[in-house]
Design a protein around this ligand. Structure first.
Ligand code: GLN
Length: 240
């Protein structure tokens, strides 16, 4: 029997306040619907991250929690080795920011070192980005897919030359009001939308799974339809 696909949910006590842990359930369920066993492993600060994760998920959180998360992940060290070995990292909002080179915290915009997994830097923007966001993501097959989510961040993120945008903004702020949203560098993907974003965008969930498993997955017609109500309603709402 092959071992279950391991989905590692990183530091819920620090990066778990925006409901992004729902992304782990979406990934596990979409594997289950295909008959692929998967387990979600929740790891808290002070506990060792499993080294054999296929996907590592980071979610949104507050400024101080971000600093603690970087310290603990750096001390643990596993995430860096996992990325080198081909694991997927999917990071949302605060999680996205800490994957970068630097980010800032607090009213005084104090600079903090990130994990350096993404060539991006974040600093406080002119105004907080809060609201529905719609972006256009080009899938690996070249087709375009609208991503829907809810953004809520004071930090604005700027991409360096090693990172590519995940998507382009139709509505909302995204990285920094520059038309780009999220970042991709190898198998590390950062993005701002909550939702949870994978519940609203099943095609993105399947993309992450295909990256992690290194193979194409059967399309899930029935499940796609089940997810479609929320997705269509949110896209229509954002375009109103
Ligand atoms: N503290 C960060 C910011 O406001 C991240 C917030 C979040 O995760 N929603 O930019």
């Amino acid at each position: 029997m092959t071992a279950p696909v391991k989905i590692v949910l990183v530091y819920q006590s620090l990066l778990g306040i925006y409901g992004d842990q729902g992304n782990s359930l979406v990934l596990r369920q979409r594997l289950a619907w295909r008959g692929i066993a998967a387990e979600v492993v929740v790891v808290e600060p002070g506990e060792a991250l499993p080294a054999d994760g296929s996907l590592y998920l980071l979610g949104g959180g507050e400024d101080n929690a971000q600093t603690t998360a970087v310290r603990e992940l750096t001390r643990d060290g596993t995430v860096f080795r996992a990325v080198e070995n081909g694991a997927v990292v999917f990071a949302v909002c605060a999680g996205y920011q800490i994957c970068g080179q630097t980010f800032t915290i607090g009213e005084n915009d104090e600079v903090r070192e990130g994990l350096g997994l993404l060539d991006v830097t974040t600093r406080r923007g002119a105004e907080r980005a809060v609201g529905e966001i719609l972006t256009r993501w080009t899938r690996p097959d070249g087709s375009e897919y609208v991503l829907t989510g809810f953004e809520n961040h004071g930090g604005y993120t700027y991409l360096g030359s090693d990172a590519a945008p995940l998507a382009h903004v139709e509505k909302g702020v995204g990285n920094a009001g520059d038309g780009t949203e999220g970042a991709v560098q190898g198998r590390v993907i950062g993005t701002y939308p909550h939702g949870p974003v994978l519940a609203r965008n099943p095609a993105l969930a399947d993309h992450l799974l295909e990256l992690a498993l290194d193979r194409q997955l059967e399309p899930l017609t029935r499940a796609e339809i089940e997810h479609d109500g929320l997705r269509r309603e949110r896209i229509a709402f954002a375009r109103r």
